[in-house]
Design a protein. Structure first.
Length: 445
């Protein structure tokens, strides 16, 4: 079927002319009558009027001849995918800008940045369905550089009825994270009460503020926490935009670079802050988790333990830069041997000796020989340019030969006779007829 011809400028002029005539009470049966009546008006129209309808026709032709919409293998338009990627990138840039502005504003005054509270959040979920995460545990913790870890809000969540078809995933999730299986006979946890407790906890430091402080977490936990907050807000009718869930590694990178005093401090790249958090140096510290996880020896999977370890990692890196005295149980775990670690660091400190022409003295034989040769050459050049010192070659004495005589234990080789080599019987093998073949080829044996 051939494509319809594009409409020209006169067509769109006719549509407007018909509408104007209808307002005057004049009606036409079809477009042919409209065309006949509008033709004189179109011929006498000014250049600006013609240009207006020419532009309308041109735009319609461009829209009609534009590229067709492309789709992914799952039927999603590529334009929608690109739009989603742009929105994620814009949200990421806004997050970095917001964190940078908040921390730099506080970093102008040392007292303000020391007393600034940072809130970290973590969740454990049973599984992820098509539309939501099934959350089983949540912890929100706050700390600052001066006082270290302050307190936390921890809650175990009963999701109630297991989503249809996800019983196996829920069981695996409970075993992996050390959670109790959901009790379908009991009512689901009160999301309104949990949300109210979280909001009250975030407003402890600034009661008069209209905005809530950001919640920081690891990159892989951003999506579950955002979805968990959305579930609670949808059930309670609260505005979810009052919450800001940011990446902890971005805050860590911005904070340590804002308070550093020397160029050797801080992180040159944001990926190093994430790497430091992923090291999880306090992972196997005992007595950091909740009572249930400690009882089943799964404290490393507890949300309370993880938030404490994240806070300790940030404090362990930032407090020495600010000159804050490290206190066990606040800036580091309670059983942390601070005195032993500080004494060990003092022993490792070695005073740098003066250098000659940028060459550092070394304890190895090769480097020491190089440095002595370099110094001797420099002294010789200062006295006379014709004489060059000759470097003595090192000689090493050979190792001492063993005194034991092992030749006594060596048995002499036995004498061999023809009896030890019996004659082989001649049989019909692959070489039969070889003598006659030699005779035919005139080969002398």
């Amino acid at each position: 079927m051939p494509k319809k011809a594009p409409k020209n400028a006169f067509y769109y002029f006719m549509l407007d002319f018909k509408e104007e005539q209808q307002k005057k009470g004049i009606h036409y049966e079809n477009l042919a009558e409209v065309s006949k009546a509008a033709d004189p008006e179109w011929r006498n129209a000014s250049t600006s009027v013609r240009a207006k309808y020419e532009n309308i026709a041109k735009k319609k032709r461009q829209d009609r001849n534009g590229p067709e919409e492309k789709y992914t293998s799952t039927g999603i338009p590529l334009s929608a995918v690109e739009q989603q990627q742009r929105e994620l990138q814009e949200a990421r840039e806004y997050e970095e800008r917001d964190i940078r502005n908040m921390i730099k504003l506080k970093a102008f005054n040392k007292e303000d940045i020391l007393d600034e509270y940072f809130y970290v959040m973590d969740v454990n979920y049973y599984c992820k369905t098509d539309s939501a995460y099934v959350i089983g545990e949540s912890t929100v913790l706050r700390f600052n550089l001066r006082n270290g870890f302050r307190d936390f809000y921890h809650v175990n969540i009963n999701p109630g009825r297991i989503p249809f078809g996800y019983a196996s995933d829920v069981k695996l999730g409970s075993q992996e994270h050390g959670l109790e299986m959901p009790d379908e006979s009991a009512p689901r946890s009160n999301f309104m009460q949990i949300l109210a407790n979280i909001i009250d906890y975030l407003r402890q430091s600034e009661q008069a503020s209209n905005t809530l402080p950001p919640l920081y977490t690891m990159p892989d936990k951003v999506a579950p926490i955002v979805n968990f907050i959305q579930q609670m807000c949808q059930e309670t009718g609260e505005d979810e935009t009052i919450f800001r869930v940011y990446r902890l590694d971005t805050m860590f990178f911005t904070l340590i670079n804002a308070i550093k005093k020397n160029k050797n401090e801080g992180f040159p790249y944001a990926t190093l802050a994430l790497s430091q958090l992923n090291k999880d140096m306090f992972k196997y510290t005992p007595r950091l988790g909740c009572q249930r996880h400690e009882s089943i020896d799964k404290s490393v999977e507890c949300t309370t333990s993880r938030t404490k370890r994240w806070a300790y990692t940030v404090l362990d890196s930032c407090c020495p830069i600010m000159g804050v005295e490290i206190k066990a149980g606040l800036h580091v775990p309670l059983d942390y041997n601070i005195d032993g670690i500080l004494s060990y660091k003092d022993k490792k400190k070695v005073r740098a000796a003066p250098t000659v022409a940028g060459v550092m003295p070394s304890t190895s034989s090769c480097n020491s020989t190089l440095n002595e040769s370099f110094l001797e050459t420099s002294m010789a050049h200062s006295s006379t340019s014709n004489e060059r010192p000759r470097q003595e070659k090192r000689s090493y004495a050979p190792m001492r030969m063993p005194q034991a005589d092992y030749s006594r234990d060596i048995r002499p080789a036995p004498e061999l006779t023809e009896d030890n080599f019996p004659a082989l019987s001649v049989g019909a093998g692959r070489g039969r007829g070889l003598t006659s073949s030699f005779n035919k080829m005139n080969i002398k044996k």
